[in-house]
Structures are given as structure tokens and as C-alpha cells.
Design a binder for this molecule. Sequence first.
Ligand SMILES: Cc1cc2nc3c(=O)[nH]c(=O)nc-3n(C[C@H](O)[C@H](O)[C@H](O)COP(=O)(O)O)c2cc1C
Length: 403
Amino acid sequence: MNILLGITGGIAAYKSAELIRLMKKEGFQVKVVMTANATRFITPLTMEVLSENKVYIDLFSEDERGYRISHISLARWADMVVIAPATANIVSKLAHGVADDLLSTTLLAFQGSVILAPAMNKVMYNNPIFRDNIHYLMKKGYHFIETGKGSLACGEYGEGRMAEPPQIVGFVKELISKSNDLKGKKILITAGATREPIDQVRFISNYSSGKMGFALAEVAQKRGAEVILISGPTFLEDIEGINTVRVETAAKMREQVFTYFKEADVFISAAAVSDFRPARQFEGKIKKEEQNTIHLELKKNVDILKEAGEKKDKQILIGFAAEVKSLKENALSKLESKNLDYIIANDITREDSGFGTDTNKVIIIERNGNTIDLPLMSKYEVAKYIFDLIKSHFERQSKGRIV
Ligand SMILES: Cc1cc2nc3c(=O)[nH]c(=O)nc-3n(C[C@H](O)[C@H](O)[C@H](O)COP(=O)(O)O)c2cc1C
């Protein structure tokens, strides 16, 4: 495994020395690219000795074989790029496609997995511009190792402290082992809200943004699965390489789900499917001049997940329960009545969890009653956790421990 370690200009650069040592201990080949500013924090000599390789700094210098275009040869050589510490500057340059030194240019020429371990002052870390850059890069498939809380070099206390070297190496190893662990599996996911028309311009819907379902789809695809994503209307764009089917109503969502269900190994229902629909759709647009009151009769919609529970054979079934009270009790009864394997209960009364947010606070309940109470985390991290469970479910299934 060839790892290209990018070091940028922050105090945490001193930890990169230990990081190289640990990477070498794991048997990785390591080459180091330093920004000019990084060399003011730690010497290239230290990095050269520890990595047992030439250290690259200048875009215009030759590589060890006399090749003049180092950014291309380094990008071809590397299986993975790790940037630790990653300054606000390199994150911002990467998010905007800036290639003005060796490290930033190599990053644009590199096609594999990139892990960034940011480190900075807590105000910089929470700056909305920096947060936007991180979200943008995460959407593009870059991996970030969350910073820890602690005392910072600037004398303040808070977020922004770079993850410790053993944690970074652990992340690298996990990424290597997970890069294809769902290969050969078909995963069907629903996302977003549905729209149930009242007339030709109005509809009944809910606040679901589709972010959880899209995060699940992205994680599954990255881990090698074939993903079919059936989404209600959302502002989220299609993810490259994922078969995304766009639908409006619960009935259309049901139709699409059961087109793919039989072939699927896993069905995750993350969509907030409308429980009711208007009993009839008015022709054209209801005119306000014609009446002061309208009586809407609502009819129950089909329960897609329940039907999936009835039709299930090999599929692992996972549902979401958005609850405002008695979270665990309600979720558990949903799990049982719908014949699910797991239910993810999320508390939609919190501002940082549930509909529309980037984070989620969930409790995962397994069929055997086990509950896993996860801390508040990004929807992407929740998705990763769910696929870890699915992975071990498959392993137990193949050993015959689950029938
Ligand atoms: C003493 C000192 C410490 C710094 N620490 C950090 C840091 O931890 N994180 C960061 O993003 N920038 C930090 N900076 C600012 C960066 O060095 C600066 O933005 C620089 O342009 C980064 O260049 P590079 O990304 O090309 O290495 C620090 C600057 C100084 C002078």
C-alpha cells in the first residue's frame, strides 16, 4: 500500500513525524509532500529519514528518477493520499480546484481515496466558509477525520485539534478494509418525502429532505454495493454511478420499490412516505373565489415497508421511525409489526436531528431487542454505522447463525 502523506502549515505538523512512524510500522510505503509553509513548522529532513524516501516540496523539481512532472508521478504512485495536518487553506484550495503548488496540484491529479485530518483554531474550524468547503468535499467523496476537542496551540480550548496519529492510521486501515466489503450486494434505498396531490398545483408532504437516504446510498456505493435509490422530490442532486429513480407519490414509490425488491439483498426505507393522501384529486386548480372552506377527505396510503416485511425472503429490512415521543417503545412496535431486522429511531423534536439537518441522533434497535444509542453524528457517519451492522449481519448469515 503506497500512501502519499501531505503535510501543510500548522502546528500539528509535529505530529506527522509520529504518523509516518506508525504508517511504516503497518507496512505502508510512505512518500511525503510538504507545502512550503509546512517546512517552517517541521524540517523535511525529519520526514525524509522517517519515511525513508525523498521529501517533495517544489512543483518544478524532479522526482527520484529524474522525472520532471512530479505531481503526476506521485499521483500515479499513491494508492491513497492522507493530508495531516490539513490547513483551512488546503481544504479551501481543494474545494475550489486551486493547483498552485505541488501538493494541491497532485491532489487534482489523484483519483483514489483522500483522507484529510484538519487542524486549526476553533473559530477557523467553525467558520461557515470552512464548513461549506468540508461539506462540499465530503459530497465529492473526500474523507475527513473529525477533530477532537482540547487545548489548542493558540491557547484556546475547543474543537480544531487534529486527530491523534493512531486514530488517523486506524481510519486509513478501516478505509482499506471497507473499500469493497459490500461488493456483490444489491441495496435498495428510499429517500425523501412523497407528494400527494390535492389538485394540480397543491400537495400534502412533509419536511423530509432526503439527506439520510442519499448518505446511505453514497456510503453503500463507496463500499462496492450496487445501489438503487428511489427518491421523492428533493433538492439533492443524483450521485454519480447510483441508479436514482425519482418519484412523486407514495403509490409510485411503492411501484418502483417492488420492481427492484426481489433482487435486493437489503432494503432500507429512509423515505418519509406520506401516510395519507387526498381521497380524490381535484381537476385543475381549486379557486379560492369559489369557496371559503374545503373539506379534504384523506385515505390511508399503502404501507410500503409493511408490504416488504410480508414479501421478504432473504432481504435484510431496515426502517426509520421518526418519533416525537416514546421513541424506543414506538420504534420497537414498528419493528415487530413490520417484520423488520433493524429500526433506526430518530428524535425529530431536536433541532439538530431528523428532517432537513445534516446530523442525526438515532437509536438503532435490532430484532433481538438490542439497542444501540448513538451520539449525535453526521448523517454520513450514521450511514457508515448502519452498513457496519449490515456487514456483520451478512457475515453471521453466511456462517449460518441467522436463518
Ligand atoms: C504559528 C502558526 C500556526 C498556524 N497554525 C495553523 C493551523 O493549525 N491550521 C491552519 O489552518 N492554519 C494555521 N496557520 C496558518 C497557515 O500556516 C496559513 O494559512 C498558510 O497559508 C497555510 O499554508 P499551506 O496550507 O500551504 O501549508 C498557522 C500559522 C502560523 C503562523
